[in-house]
Design a protein around this ligand. Structure first.
Ligand code: MTE
Ligand code: MO
Length: 353
C-alpha cells in the first residue's frame, strides 16, 4: 500500500523544491546576464534567450512560492523585511527586464530600464545570499532523481515557452522591442554621430582635453618608447566602419577614422617585441582596458567619426574602436598605450569605474 504523507508535509516538500528551483533560476539569470554583457558576437543571441527564459521562468513558480511565502510570513521569523526587500528587488529586476525587451518601459526617473535592471539585480544578489543562509534549503538524494529531472525539464520547457510567448507578442503587436539587435540593444544614431548617446560605464566624467597639450605616449615597463602627435595619428589613419553596442542597451554604426593598433605599435621597435603579450590602453581619466597583442590588427585608435573630429563626449582627441566588442572596450580620451608581458585577461572582466 502507498503511504501518502499528510498535507502539511507534502507542501513542505513542494516548497523546498520551489525554493531550490528559484535559486537555480536566479543563479542562471545572473550568470547569463553577466555573460551577455561580455559578448559582442552574434552567438550572444543564445545567451540573451537563455537569460530571458531563466528570468521569466521564475514567474512560473509564483503560484507555489506564494504558498511558501504565506506559510513563512505566518511564522514571524526574524529577517522578514529583508525577505520582502528581496521580493521587491526581484520584481523590479523582472519588470525592467521585460520592459526593456518589449520596449514598453525604456526609462524610469532618469534611469534606463537596463540600468534599473542591473542595479536591482545587484541588490538581489546579497539579499538572496542572505536569504539562502537564513532559510537553508536541505539538498536531498531525491533532488537528483528521475522525477526531479523530469520536473526540471518541464520548468525549462515552460520557461522557454514563456520567453517565446513574450517574444511572439512583441513581434505580433510590433512593439519597439521587436526591432532590437541580437544583443538586445536598440538603434540610436547610426550614421549620425551627433545623435549617438554619450555614455560612460560607471562614474567617469567627460574631460576637456586641450589638443595643444596632448600627445599620445607609447610606453613599456622600461619607460616611454615614443610620443605621437595628433597630426601623426591623422596621417596614419584609415576609414573603418564599426558598430558600437553599449551594454546600456543601444547601438550605432559609424564611419570611424583611426590608426590600426598593430601599425601604431610598429612605430617603435621597443613596442614591437617578442615578449609583449598585451596592450593596455589608458584614458586621461584613468579608465583603462587591456587587449591581447594578437588582436591589435582588428583594433583602431580613432580620431574622427563621420568625417569630423571626435566631440569631447565621444572621446576627443582619440578613442578605441573595437569592432565586435561591447562598448566598454571602446576606451575614450586615450593618452597612453602601454605594452607588457601581462596576459590580456589579467584585469577585472568589467571596468570598475
Ligand atoms: N574613458 C572612458 N571610456 C569609455 C567609457 C568610460 O566610462 N570612460 N565608457 C565606455 C562605454 S560603456 C561605452 S558604451 C562607450 C560609449 O561611447 P560614446 O560615449 O562615444 O557613445 O565608451 C566607452 N569608453
Ligand atoms: Mo556602455
Amino acid at each position: 500500500m502507498r503511504f501518502d504523507p499528510p498535507q502539511g508535509q507534502q507542501w513542505a516538500m513542494a516548497g523546498r523544491r520551489t525554493n531550490l528551483a528559484l535559486l537555480v533560476l536566479l543563479a542562471w539569470a545572473l550568470a547569463t546576464g553577466a555573460l551577455a554583457f561580455a559578448i559582442g558576437a552574434g552567438w550572444n543571441r543564445w545567451i540573451t534567450v537563455a537569460h530571458g527564459a531563466g528570468g521569466l521562468g521564475t514567474l512560473l513558480l509564483v503560484p507555489w512560492k506564494s504558498v511558501v511565502v504565506r506559510r513563512g510570513l505566518s511564522r514571524h521569523r526574524p529577517g522578514r523585511s529583508a525577505s520582502v526587500a528581496l521580493a521587491l528587488a526581484v520584481g523590479v529586476t523582472l519588470l525592467s527586464g521585460v520592459g526593456h525587451a518589449t520596449g514598453l518601459l525604456r526609462s524610469v526617473a532618469g534611469l534606463t530600464s537596463i540600468q534599473l535592471h542591473v542595479g536591482s539585480a545587484l541588490i538581489v544578489v546579497p539579499l538572496a545570499v542572505w536569504h539562502v543562509m537564513a532559510r537553508r534549503i536541505r539538498i536531498r538524494r531525491s533532488d537528483a532523481s528521475r522525477r526531479a529531472l523530469l520536473r526540471t525539464g518541464l520548468l525549462a520547457a515552460g520557461s522557454l515557452a514563456t520567453f517565446g510567448l513574450v517574444e511572439g507578442i512583441t513581434a505580433a503587436v510590433d512593439l519597439p522591442g521587436h526591432r532590437r539587435r541580437f544583443s538586445g540593444s536598440y538603434l540610436a544614431g547610426s550614421g549620425t554621430p551627433a545623435e549617438m548617446p554619450v555614455t560612460q560605464w560607471l562614474d567617469d566624467r567627460v574631460p576637456a582635453v586641450d589638443p595643444s597639450g596632448w600627445t599620445l605616449s607609447l610606453t613599456t615597463d622600461r619607460g616611454t618608447a615614443a610620443l605621437v602627435s595628433l597630426e601623426q595619428l591623422e596621417r596614419m589613419s584609415e576609414d573603418v566602419i564599426a558598430l558600437l553596442d553599449c551594454t546600456g542597451g543601444w547601438y550605432a554604426e559609424q564611419i570611424w577614422r583611426g590608426v590600426r593598433l598593430d601599425r601604431l605599435l610598429a612605430m617603435s621597435r621597443q613596442m614591437d617585441q617578442s615578449g609583449v603579450r598585451s596592450i593596455r590602453v589608458v584614458s586621461v581619466t584613468g579608465y583603462a582596458r587591456r587587449f591581447a597583442v594578437a588582436d591589435a590588427p582588428s583594433l583602431w585608435l580613432a580620431t574622427r567619426v563621420g568625417g569630423e573630429v571626435l566631440s569631447a563626449g565621444h572621446g576627443f582627441p582619440a578613442r578605441i574602436v573595437a569592432p565586435g566588442r561591447r562598448g566598454f572596450w571602446w576606451v575614450k580620451w586615450v593618452e597612453r598605450v602601454h605594452v607588457d608581458a601581462t596576459p590580456w585577461w589579467w584585469q577585472p572582466p568589467y571596468p570598475l569605474t
